[in-house]
Design a protein around this ligand. Structure first.
Ligand code: SF4
Length: 470
């Protein structure tokens, strides 16, 4: 039997443990952490050819929480911070891709993937799904309803730009059952938006949000903090504007500077300087979190707030707590049973394989049986509330006791506090939640599997480099 406490001594005994667990920064709202890349251990790599076997295994299992992701990898915009995989809009290529999506949905049905499952959430993401024509939107939604069963309260989300969701497209979405629209607003400030490559003025954005919200569907927006030229007051003004538009929910993300994005490259070449440090960013986040709480918004995670009682952010919650995700399209990832997989990045390959009745998977991995526990732990971190009693369902160990040294350190740093048997993240903790997540998962894997051997460390280092190359 594995001695978790003994295994963990290797983690707590690491030379860099104190830096990993975090230290007080220069001001009360800062903490400093040594950068830690988390790559899940004990995942057996498998070739994409095994995808059909994975579908069959999944089809043979009983009903489980399951979501569907539909990827539309086209976009007309060129946002400065974007490094997503997307293709410029070309009508013929979009139509060819839509036909391949329809063929793929049929193939999944024929393999029995939908037979025992009711989809709890469907998410159209991209790219920008609103590049689709109303006819294409209808065709995909009709096919979806014909091949799959949806739960009564299934959340159907459609990511959209502000400028191309015209009345016909909006109606096609509504007629097909879309009940939640997600707009990447990023900022309402016209000048800031234009500096990002988003051309609609504030008034056009608010008018579109109000128009869609009036259809009695949920309207979710993304806002970003840490944009060059953005002040805390501007961010708070954005939040007030969003509330006034009647949005149902809001995601608030820290600007990620991806090396391959136009912004990342401009900074690397010295053409733009980036002015924000951790203290300023933490200050902005904490001010936003405080305002949202004052306005009665419910924090569903460390970066998502609900303004309406019925906003659940169910797709994200499912993804982050290890539910099955059936991935349709190119350049997207899914998770079925004990497998995680990545679809092909090559659109032509995807189109060919979909029409040939193949699930176009580029690579996949078989997860350790412990992934349930690790995913739940990570999901709790994402939600900003660690509830170790709930982990008992996945493991007999006393994780609260095992992780006590880290938890005590985080209480000292003001990142979390203990209440009613749970550890709840403070606003500062929510700001740093990604670091906390990586530390907890790394510690838990030490407990479960022991210290990684040299080969495993080398493999993880390689995967980490690939991950950081984005
Ligand atoms: S709209 Fe989305 S996908 Fe398109 S460029 Fe902007 S961030 Fe990238």
């Amino acid at each position: 039997m594995t001695d978790y406490a003994k295994n963990l001594q290797d983690f707590y005994g690491r030379e860099d443990y104190a830096l990993l667990a975090g230290q007080q920064g220069e001001t009360a709202i800062e903490a400093s952490f040594k950068e830690l890349t988390y790559i899940p251990r004990k995942t057996t790599p498998l070739p994409g050819l095994m995808a059909e076997k994975m579908l069959k295994e999944f089809a043979g299992q009983g009903a489980q929480p399951t979501a569907l992701y539909l990827h539309i990898p086209f976009c007309n915009l060129r946002c400065s911070y974007c490094s997503f995989y997307r293709n410029p809009f070309e009508a013929e290529q979009v139509e060819e891709y839509v036909q391949a999506l329809l063929a793929e949905l049929e193939h999944l049905e024929q393999q029995g993937v939908f037979a025992k499952q009711k989809l709890e959430a469907v998410f159209f993401g991209g790219g920008t799904p609103s590049v689709l024509s109303p006819q294409q939107v209808s065709a995909i939604l009709q096919k979806l309803h014909s091949v799959a069963k949806l739960t009564e309260d299934c959340e159907l989300t459609f990511e959209s730009s502000i400028y191309d969701l015209d009345a016909d497209k909006l109606n096609a979405c509504l007629d097909g059952g879309i009940n939640r629209f997600s707009f990447g607003v990023q900022s309402f400030d016209t000048q800031l938006r234009r500096s990002l490559g988003r051309l609609n003025a504030k008034e056009e954005v608010t008018a579109k949000l109000e128009e869609v919200a009036a259809k009695d569907v949920k309207v979710i927006i993304d806002l970003i903090y840490g944009l060059n030229g953005q002040t805390t007051e501007l961010l708070l003004e954005d939040i007030r504007t969003a509330l006034a538009c009647g949005v149902s929910g809001m995601d608030l993300y820290k600007l990620q500077i991806m090396p391959k994005s136009p912004l990342g490259q401009a900074i690397a070449k010295g053409n733009i300087s980036y002015a924000y440090n951790d203290r300023m960013l933490a200050e902005m986040f904490i001010a936003a979190d405080t305002l949202l709480a004052e306005q009665g918004a419910r924090a569903l995670s460390c970066c998502h707030w609900a303004m309406r009682e019925d906003e659940r952010s169910h797709y994200n919650t499912l993804v982050k707590s290890g539910a099955n995700v059936i991935a349709c399209g190119t350049a997207c990832g899914g998770h079925l049973g004990l497998y995680k997989y990545m679809k092909t990045m090559d659109r032509a390959d995807y189109v060919k394989k979909s029409h040939a009745g193949q699930y176009a998977v580029m690579g996949m991995g078989r997860l350790s049986e412990q992934y349930h526990l690790l995913d739940k732990l990570s999901g709790q971190c994402d939600a900003g509330c660690l509830d170790f009693a709930l982990l008992k369902r996945y493991s007999d160990a006393d994780w609260q006791q095992l992780l006590k040294p880290v938890l005590e350190q985080w209480e000292l740093l003001g990142l979390l506090y203990s209440m009613d048997g749970q550890y709840r993240f403070t606003a500062k903790g929510k700001y740093y939640y990604r670091q906390l997540d990586r530390v907890l998962l790394t510690a838990a894997e030490y407990a479960l599997y022991g210290k990684p051997g040299l080969m495993e460390q080398a493999g993880q280092k390689m995967m980490g480099l690939m991950k950081n190359m984005k």
